[in-house]
Design a protein around this ligand. Sequence first.
Ligand SMILES: CC(C)(COP(=O)(O)OP(=O)(O)OC[C@H]1O[C@@H](n2cnc3c(N)ncnc32)[C@H](O)[C@@H]1OP(=O)(O)O)[C@@H](O)C(=O)NCCC(=O)NCCS
Length: 163
Amino acid sequence: MRRARATDAATWWSLQRGIYDEGAWFVGDGPPSEGSLAARLRSLDQTRSGVWFAVVGDQVAGWCEASRLAAVRLDHVAVLTLAVAAPYRRRGCGEALLVTAEEWARQVGVRKLSLSVRGGNEAAKALYERSAFVLEGVERDHIRTGATFEDNLIMAKYLVDDA
Ligand SMILES: CC(C)(COP(=O)(O)OP(=O)(O)OC[C@H]1O[C@@H](n2cnc3c(N)ncnc32)[C@H](O)[C@@H]1OP(=O)(O)O)[C@@H](O)C(=O)NCCC(=O)NCCS
């Protein structure tokens, strides 16, 4: 596991491209441009957000991004995005990325991790449930998948006992 560096934009873009090309996990139309990823990496304030890569051998296998929300009333919450490239799945990368993001979140005083996951994404749901995320809400038929619709699930993990 390592922090992403300012020079990692191409690597990050290519990982994202692979996930978007699978067509089943993310809801956006495609990855952000390499330029915008580079700008994000250059301007990372480690107290506000983090990007980490899971590394297998000499290959970057997956990433996790955590960002605290900007508004003062919301900045105890960090939103997570996570993905592992298909050839590297089921080797513990996803879980290790979550652990890394959670360590950072605790260090910077984040109280709650939040994420969205498609209702049909059984692998991600299993990972999050095993990592003590709980279902907070269901946005019914929120995502169009061809002729049908899919729920968006909002899940969260509370990092403090009194939450
Ligand atoms: C979801 C995802 C990140 C999991 O990453 P991963 O590296 O394969 O996960 P891990 O190897 O750390 O798995 C940890 C545990 O999660 C659960 N899990 C992971 N994949 C699973 C699957 N396909 N089916 C059932 N359980 C699964 C298991 O409990 C697993 O432990 P085990 O292998 O000892 O049984 C990965 O499948 C992925 O990137 N998918 C595409 C992108 C995506 O869905 N991102 C999340 C969007 S919300």
